[in-house]
Design a protein around this ligand. Structure first.
Ligand code: COA
Ligand code: MG
Length: 290
């Protein structure tokens, strides 16, 4: 696994919306997902592709934000053209929609290789169908796949489930995908919250995603960014606790003990490692100035 990269907030930006693409340069977001798929109408696909390519040419004006492009599937009229055009356009990763097998990843990689994409261009995969969830493990284990992204709207539809506040109908699928991502040592982002008027429900969904183990949340509107950043970044209390745990554990190790006690709670090597991860994430967030 590489260095920790904060992915608390990942905003979908419709590839056809030049105003929104411009706006992305000043938003306090970790990841921008330039979307050529669901957010773009069929008759605007070609123009959106050209608009996104133009935005990527100005890569530097997006600073440290991670730039990911969601392409259309290879089973659509635009998939091949998207992959060919974006192969060497300088995106940090390409996001494939509706991935249902590791073969879908291999097919996209074959196209990318044929058109001269960098051999290490990371692939992110949308998991948004029942079959995709059931095969999340093999998809996540492919060495070029570095992030899973939950597509909970499509998944809810395919499951014949309902959108509910507590997201109980989603929990099995979310849990399976977190297991797959963590087993493979890759990142995973939670699905979007569609109701922009429901601030409280959105904050609760962010907390739930953090509790489940997600690295961050995919977003549809800039106003959702600060809430996601706060929920998925370590809180001041978490940081303070991590520092104390690490200090106590290191002091114990110096005296030859393998465990310590902090506030009446046992601290072992695993707690020290988790504290180190939280501190490293906080350092990475501080470094990007957010
Ligand atoms: N990315 C970047 N900027 C965005 C944005 C986005 N996803 N959504 C809104 N903005 C910008 C607007 O351009 C506007 O900027 P301005 O005031 O500087 O001109 C500002 O944020 C406020 O936008 P607002 O007027 O509240 O929203 P809107 O009516 O312009 O757009 C949506 C509402 C839902 C259409 C829009 O947020 C959107 O397209 N979201 C993404 C949808 C998507 O990608 N879906 C597919 C994945 S699920
Ligand atoms: Mg979808």
């Amino acid at each position: 696994m590489g260095a920790i990269r904060p992915r608390r907030s990942a905003l979908y930006v419709p590839g056809s919306n030049t105003r929104a693409l411009e706006k992305g340069k000043e938003l306090p977001v970790d990841v921008l997902i330039f979307d050529l798929e669901d957010a773009v109408a069929p008759d605007a696909k070609e123009e959106a592709r050209a608009t996104v390519l133009a935005a990527l040419e100005k890569r530097a004006s997006y600073g440290r934000r991670e730039l990911v492009v969601r392409v259309n599937g290879l089973d659509t009229p635009w998939g091949y053209g998207d992959l060919s055009a974006l192969a060497r356009a300088g995106a940090d990763a390409l996001l494939l929609p509706k991935v249902e097998s590791v073969d879908a990843v291999r097919r996209a990689l074959a196209v990318l290789a044929a058109v001269g994409a960098p051999e290490d261009l990371p692939i992110w995969c949308m998991i948004e169908t029942p079959l995709g969830v059931l095969r999340a493990e093999e998809i996540a284990r492919h060495p070029r796949v570095s992030c899973l992204v939950m597509g909970t709207s499509d998944l809810t539809k395919d499951l014949h489930a309902l959108h509910t506040r507590e997201r109980l109908p989603m929990l099995v699928s979310l849990g399976i995908c977190v297991l797959a991502a963590r087993a493979a040592g890759i990142a995973i982002l939670d699905g979007v919250h569609l109701d922009l008027s429901d601030d409280e429900g959105f904050a609760a969904a962010c907390r739930q995603g953090r509790e489940l183990g997600f690295d961050g949340k995919t977003l549809i509107h800039p106003k959702q960014i600060p809430v996601a950043n706060a929920a998925f970044g370590p809180s001041p209390e978490e940081l303070e606790q991590a520092r104390r745990v690490l200090a106590a554990y290191r002091a114990a190790r110096e005296t030859g003990a393998g465990v310590a006690v902090v506030d009446g709670r046992l601290v072992e090597a695993l707690h020290a490692r988790e504290a180190e991860r939280i501190l490293a994430l906080a350092a990475a967030i501080a470094e990007r100035g957010a």
